[in-house]
Design a protein around this ligand. Structure first.
Ligand code: ZN
Length: 155
């Protein structure tokens, strides 16, 4: 049996080195910048929403392997989700990597949520938690700010 931790490391390495959906977006309906000064991660999240549904999502910037892999995995599961579903995933993910409490996401989101499991290992490294949650915090800011844009900074 393959060691789960090894598998998780492989997934993070793969997404860190060949991130999906890493490109700027023309005329996004929502966007926000995330900055994690502790590590130096700078990430911009772009969304194209139709009504309350995310029809396209991408990111750009530079960051460590963890923040890049997290942004890549996040963009992969968010396409087609509603804003409410994205919020559910955000809160559940935050709990997953901080060891905090959050309601489990709806059954329909379970499979997507499991795809974020490789990042759960950061729980043991508080500095890395900020790297992993940065794209999600930028997502939340983007959902709030719309086309005006916003900047969030981890403290
Ligand atoms: Zn980082």
């Amino acid at each position: 049996m393959m060691d789960l931790r090894e598998l998780y490391q492989d997934i993070i390495l793969d997404h860190g080195q060949r991130p999906r959906n890493k490109h700027a977006m023309e005329a996004p309906s929502h966007f926000a910048n995330g900055h994690n000064p502790l590590c130096g991660d700078k990430i911009t999240i772009y969304l194209k929403m139709e009504g309350d549904r995310i029809v396209d999502v991408s990111f750009e910037g530079r960051g460590c392997a963890i923040s890049t892999a997290s942004a890549s995995l996040m963009t992969e599961i968010l396409k087609g989700k509603t804003e409410a579903e994205a919020q559910q995933l955000f809160h559940a993910f935050q709990a997953k990597v901080t060891g905090g409490e959050a309601p489990a996401p709806d059954e329909a989101l379970e499979e997507d949520f499991e795809r974020l499991d490789p990042l759960s290992g950061v729980k043991a490294y508080p500095v890395r938690v900020k790297c992993a949650t940065l794209p999600w915090r930028a997502l939340e800011a983007a959902l709030k700010s719309g086309a005006i844009g916003a900047t969030v900074k981890t403290e």
